[in-house]
Design a protein around this ligand. Sequence first.
Ligand code: COA
Length: 161
Amino acid sequence: MKSKTAIYPGSFDPITLGHLDIIHRAAKLFDRLIVVVMVNPAKKCAFSPEERVELIKKCTTDLDNITVEFSDGLLADYAKEKQAGAIIKGLRALSDFEYEFQMALTNSKLNPDVETLFLTTKAENMYLSSSMVRQIASMGGDVSGFVPDIIHKQIINRLKG
Ligand code: COA
């Protein structure tokens, strides 16, 4: 059976305009898109899982075919549980490629029913990352061009000082 469900995983600490662009484009390609906040064991997150889910929900109220969840399990298992046929990832620069390639191969070994699909990040978001946003906001800088307007204040208040 062809799956019409895709998963967009990430640590989203916090969601940025780059992530939001991928969400909008992926939501057009699939009947159902699950945005899932997951654990990257290599990272120590600033926002709690609940906060990250809430921030994503706030800036995606215009999309009626997405759901936002948290999972602390393996991505391959989560895709199986949700019967998802695709994992969506955004590719920024060549530097992302090796790591993404390794994850895609590992996930397909763990769950042969899921394909990883890469969407190229928009040129203006090529340099963007959540850690950059956190660093700028925590030092009192302007991140309005990097995060959705609706959550801008919340991010600033949470990270400043
Ligand atoms: N525009 C702008 N920035 C983007 C972007 C886009 N389209 N897509 C990604 N980024 C940024 C992210 O903000 C992130 O920035 P940061 O490093 O400062 O946090 C960076 O690019 C890397 O993003 P990504 O490659 O998606 O990593 P991640 O840490 O957000 O997510 C998981 C990785 C959570 C999906 C991965 O660790 C995972 O699958 N965990 C579950 C456990 C598991 O199954 N492990 C085995 C994997 S094989």
